[in-house]
Design a protein. Structure first.
Lengths: 271, 326
């Protein structure tokens, strides 16, 4: 696998560990305010400085990893499961079901700007972690379904599937034990890229004030809070560190996704 | 010819079907929102009479769909006399309804803001092309050199950094520190630069990567060897021959990205208080719970997106005969 993919794994592992052990890694209480030390520059006491309310930016970034990765993992899991089920049904049964699903339903969801749909959903449902996850799943599952459908269409023509059918295996058994294990590989790539997308979308929605409400330390919310002229002028680090955290997380999962794609499909290796 | 007409009809049909679904979905979600718009807009202190007036004015006293359900009456058939049909009848006359807050036609409010968003998206696209194509060509012609790695790194940054990080960073450097531009608003003509760069950053990164890989691919083609054998300078080979073929995928990406830019403009507009459609949706629509306005904005943005995609597909087929044949 490419060097970039290893770098991706390393950074992602770092963030995942930080998220799991957040209470141990964080040096301060994330909501503790102390106006006496607001806009503090990075120092030995506050590694990433303090924000406009005197909260420790490092601890907030660490706990922010928890929110981002939690949202990412749930969204990727739920939408890939839905996508695999719908995609397999479309690919395996074909016919009218496939024409409705891939010809109409998939097109509708693909033809719509994802972020706009998420914004509209959250706007009507109200802000909150659960609703945010729901909105991201609604826009997320189609990608998996399309990949899965294509894979199933390909794999179901293979000889061993025909053999299993000739031996009298039922549809469900063929799907489960013969097709799925052979069709799942590109899904792993999709999931890795989807993780990057979900982290980005969560931050975007939180930035727009439609995600996780403050004072929860979501990276998007932190950036939203830091972009007033006042804070930018006095304490640009309040913007910089959560921004870097988002960029590194997104980058690492993109590296992993690209690396896995090249590894799983040598034909696509970069020239 | 017959086949062509059939396919055209199918594309148009599918586009209309998608638009219908989008409108219906948005309407459905709005109807499912708990709470009365009247009390949200007029406040808790509104009298019964005010609420009735409000509901009557906006047609909220009429059934929402063909079928309604209440625990006392069970399922009732309302016929065509319902809000969903009203909305469609209005749409076909170019009427997006009246804003709950300002009592102005939603279409007017949208048309006021739409040009700013288009302007921003086009400016972003111009910037993305001006950065992406030269960078991609340099990277592609100097494959695996230091320049290539540098260009690829910049491109990677552009893809990974979200707009809401790039935007404030640009504001910090160019408005707060250097004072070249104003941090928000659109009072001066040069105020479009920062928002356009912010919005176009990701696209320029995508274009750089595409141009790079297509330049590398085209450089290996036979016609390039022929051109070189004729004694043409490397510059002519790259810019006259390679780029002409290498740019076809870029055209597609530009078309597809126009929609992405329009949707992405929501975030950029918020960062820079750019008075476009996105800000209208966020602040006047969602912020003030003006659902009719939200409905209108979502509809207009998604229809633009869908049309941009369909048009791109059409142009792409014209440009590259290989796609038409396969």
């Amino acid at each position: 696998m490419s060097r970039l993919a290893y770098i991706g794994f390393f950074i992602a592992a770092l963030f995942i560990l930080a998220a799991i052990f957040a209470p141990l890694v964080a040096t301060h209480d994330v909501t503790a305010q102390n106006l006496a030390i607001r806009y503090g520059a990075p120092s030995a006491e506050h590694w990433f400085g303090t924000d406009s309310l005197g909260r420790d930016v490092f601890s907030r970034v660490v706990f922010g990893a928890r929110i981002s990765l939690e949202v990412g993992i749930i969204v990727v899991t739920v939408s890939s499961v839905i996508g695999v089920i719908v995609g397999s049904i479309a690919g395996f049964y074909g016919g009218l079901i496939d024409r409705i699903l891939s010809g109409y339903v998939f097109n509708v969801f693909m033809a719509f700007p994802g972020l706009l749909l998420a914004i509209a959903l959250v706007a009507f449902l109200g802000a909150g972690l659960g609703k945010l996850i729901l909105a991201l799943c609604v826009i997320g599952w189609v990608g998996y379904a399309r990949v899965m459908r294509g894979q199933v269409l390909k794999v179901r023509e293979y000889d061993f599937v025909q053999a299993a059918r000739a031996l009298g295996a039922g549809s469900f058994r063929i799907l489960k034990t013969h097709i799925l294990p052979n069709a799942i590989q590109p899904l792993i790539v999709q999931a890795s890229l989807g993780m990057a997308g979900a982290v980005m979308s969560e931050a975007s929605l939180s930035f727009l004030g439609l995600g996780i409400p403050p004072p929860a330390p979501s990276w998007g919310t932190m950036i939203e809070e830091s972009r007033s002229f006042d804070i930018l002028y006095n304490a640009p680090h309040v913007l910089l560190f959560p921004g870097l955290a988002i960029a590194l997380t997104v980058l690492s999962f993109n590296f992993i996704g690209d690396g896995l794609r090249e590894y799983l499909d040598p034909k696509q290796r970069r020239r | 010819m017959k086949f062509k007409i059939f396919r055209f009809a199918r594309t148009v049909g599918l586009t209309l079907l998608v638009i219908w679904t989008v409108v219906s979905l948005v309407t459905l979600v709005i109807e499912l929102v708990p709470g009365e718009p009247a009390t949200t807009i007029l406040g808790e202190t509104a009298t019964q009479e005010q609420i009735e007036n409000f509901n009557h004015k906006h047609g909220l006293d009429r059934p929402a769909f063909f079928i309604s359900y209440s625990s006392s009456n069970g399922l009732t058939w309302n016929g065509v006399d319902n809000r969903y049909v009203d909305y469609w009848a209005g749409l076909l006359h170019g009427d997006l309804g009246t804003s709950f807050r300002t009592d102005r036609p939603v279409l007017d409010m949208i048309l006021e803001r739409y040009p700013s968003t288009i302007e921003l998206a086009l400016a972003a696209m111009v910037i993305a092309v001006c950065i992406g194509i030269p960078l991609g060509v340099v990277a592609g012609t100097h494959k695996n050199s230091l320049t290539d790695n540098f260009a690829s790194f910049i491109a990677l940054l552009g893809i990974s950094l979200p707009t809401f990080v790039i935007g404030p960073l640009l504001v910090y450097v160019f408005a707060v520190k250097l004072g070249w531009f104003s941090p928000t608003g659109s009072a001066n003509p040069e105020d479009i630069v920062l928002p356009a760069v912010t919005l176009g950053a990701a696209l320029s990164a995508i274009i750089t990567r595409m141009v790079r890989s297509s330049v590398i691919e085209e450089l290996g083609e036979d016609y390039v060897r022929t051109a070189r054998a004729k004694g043409l300078s490397e510059r002519t080979v790259v810019y006259k021959h390679v780029l002409k073929n290498g740019l076809i995928p870029v055209v597609t990406i530009l078309g597809l990205q126009l929609g992405v830019l329009l949707a992405g403009a929501i975030i950029t507009e918020k960062i820079f208080s750019w008075q476009g459609l996105g800000l209208l949706l966020l602040e006047d629509g969602i912020g003030k719970r003006d659902y009719r306005l939200v409905q209108g904005c979502v509809l207009v943005i998604s229809v633009t997106y869908i049309l941009a995609n369909s048009l791109t597909d059409f142009v792409y087929r014209r440009l590259d005969p290989r796609i038409r044949l396969s």
